[in-house]
Design a protein around this ligand. Structure first.
Ligand code: ATP
Ligand code: FE2
Length: 323
């Protein structure tokens, strides 16, 4: 291992993850995932899960005695109780190792790890996860949000609809599988307002449609409608910014139909389309460590007195010091 290496802690939602990265690669990563017995995520229970496992996850990550130059953690956005648990561990670790603390924006970490792991340089990013759905691009010192969901994230909309149709959590992959058997398109609400989109009405309409139509058809129509909305806004952001690259990130980015639709749009516009390996798409500690490394190299650190978590931390609030 050479040069700088950073320990990163992620725990905004289900996934608790710690990783050490250097400038070349991920050295080590360990993860413990919270799985609720039934239904959706309960913030306090997820936080208890993180509290119970964090010492072990950190211990395993540090057991090879790798050098650590700073401790980075997700300062937000995310579930308050989960964020606070992980931030407490990060502060303690930074004090005991006597190295700087670096609070990072979780959404920007998704973008930067994607840039690191693909050949993208300055993309328009579509970040689609359970709780988040945003179209972002860098301009003049900030990652700007060009479009975003006005209510729930696409992943949560898929999960909500899937649960109502009796499919197990997480619903996204099951909806994708069933959609392959579809034979007809059912019209569902397509909601794009300006550059923003919304999924809550679509999830409700799909729930109602599943009482009348075969489930594969509803699954496929849900995907076609929601993904068309996302691709439309991404395309308009590309047109507006004049950027030549599109990057996909977040857990929903695993969906092959979404990838196919983005690929077609990119080909038609003559821009490059980038998708990182699956392990860097969902929430992971390596992305937090990597963004921490970029921030560390730019001279940034977070004072303990300023390290309070922010469940609504917007990516456009963060000052980009490393570009
Ligand atoms: P956050 O929103 O804080 O970034 P998260 O834990 O909600 O984190 P991810 O791990 O990025 O999000 O993604 C989980 C979501 O991805 C779930 O809603 C799941 O249904 C969805 N998902 C996973 N695979 C697929 C797929 N093949 N097609 C569609 N959705 C998928
Ligand atoms: Fe995420």
């Amino acid at each position: 291992m050479s040069g700088i290496s950073i320990l990163g802690l992620e725990g905004t939602a289900w996934n608790l993850s710690a990783a050490i990265v250097d400038e070349d690669d991920v050295i080590v990563e360990n993860t413990a995932t919270y799985k609720p017995p039934t239904g959706g995520i309960h913030p306090r229970e997820a936080a208890q899960h993180h509290a119970a496992h964090i010492a072990d996850v950190i211990r395993k990550t540090m057991e090879n005695g790798n050098k650590i130059d700073a401790v980075a953690f997700s300062q937000g956005p995310g579930l308050g109780p989960c964020l606070r648990t992980v931030a407490t561990a990060a502060r303690a670790l930074s004090l005991s190792l006597d190295v700087p603390l670096i609070g990072v924006n979780h959404c920007i970490a998704h973008i930067e790890v994607g840039i690191w792991k693909t050949r993208a340089r300055d993309p328009v990013t579509l970040y689609v996860s359970g709780a988040n759905s945003q179209v972002l691009a860098y301009r003049a010192g900030h990652y700007r949000v060009f479009g975003e969901t006005l209510d729930i994230g696409i992943g949560n909309a898929l999960d909500k609809f899937a649960r109502s149709a009796g499919l197990s959590h997480p619903g996204g992959p099951k909806v994708e599988e069933l959609a392959k058997q579809s034979t007809q398109y059912i019209k569902l609400p397509y909601t794009v307002k300006g550059m923003d989109f919304s999924f809550s009405g679509l999830a409700t309409a799909a729930q109602e449609a599943s009482r009348k139509y075969p489930l594969p058809d509803v699954c496929s129509s849900f995907q076609e409608t929601a993904f068309a909305m996302l691709v439309e806004v991404t395309e308009r952001a590309v047109a507006h910014t004049g950027k030549k690259e599109v990057l996909l990130g977040g857990g929903v980015g695993a969906n092959s139909r979404l990838r196919e639709m983005l690929e077609i749009m990119c080909e038609e516009r003559g821009v490059e389309f980038y998708v990182p390996e699956k392990r860097f798409m969902g929430d992971n500690g390596a992305m937090i460590a990597h963004l921490g490394l970029l921030m560390y190299k730019s001279g940034y650190s977070t004072r303990v007195s300023e390290s309070k978590v922010n469940p609504n931390y917007r990516p456009d609030e963060a000052i980009v010091t490393w570009r």
